[in-house]
Design a protein around this ligand. Sequence first.
Ligand SMILES: [Zn+2]
Length: 307
Amino acid sequence: MKRWIASLLLGLYSISGWAFEFKVEPVADNVYAVVGEIGPRTPENHGLNNTLGFVVTDEGVVLVGSGATPAGAKLVEEAVASVTDNPIRLLVNIGVQDHHWMGNSYFADKGVPIKALARTVDSQRQQAVAHIGRLSSQVGDEAKTVVPTYATDIVDADRQTFEFGDVTFELLWPGDGHFVGDAVLWLPQTRTVFTGDFVFLGRLLGIHPTSPVAKWQQSFHEIEKLAAAHVVPGHGHPADMAKAKAETGDYLDWLITGVSKALEDWQDLGDTIEQMGDAPAFAHLQFFDGWHKRNVHQTYMQLEAAR
Ligand SMILES: [Zn+2]
């Protein structure tokens, strides 16, 4: 009990499931981040190596993201219940990657409506089989419990403002990013943006063949225009826009600028990776050693193909 009070005073709430600690962190008035593992997906963390969140309104809770599996979704539900007795009344999907939506079936079975942009749903449908395959290599048999379940309220536009209880939300697509069809949720009253995987904090972002890096860079600058006071990232702890810029926007700018120059100079791939292998401004980020050179490689392949 005392420990619970101590964590309440600290403004941190923890949900333990085996060795996995799920942290609920207050972001703004009635806005919370649910911060999962910063490291890789494992069976113990149910693939929840990302950040979700929720908003407590006077009509119930609006949940942003559902986790990677039904069991993970239940942990997300418990995280919400650790700070409010209000029921979850709406689930919003802003992400295409597994851990942002593959727990949807758990909430759909309880009758919770799910809202998403049409382009997010289209991309989820295209990626579902590949993502479940990858998930099974990371969390094992639990991946078999995933029942791909899509939004019930599909928004056929790139921007929609809606009210839920006493809170105004704006679901919008700033351009593609980590995945085609990723979106953000903007709360103008508290100047909070749930960026999903457009922003990675504390760990280096990863550019996959399915991540259009030049578009991601532009999308980041679109998100900056919201002038958010609070950023709930797709991975990592909530922060402000300055930190999001330092750890995600600046890195995308650095990659694009450096690789574009290398291509103009007719520099080959191997020399470019070698030359850009050190990036002191970002070397402190987790996974830098494993991901950075792959990111330079992937950026080079994409920008070269686009020339
Ligand atoms: Zn992610």
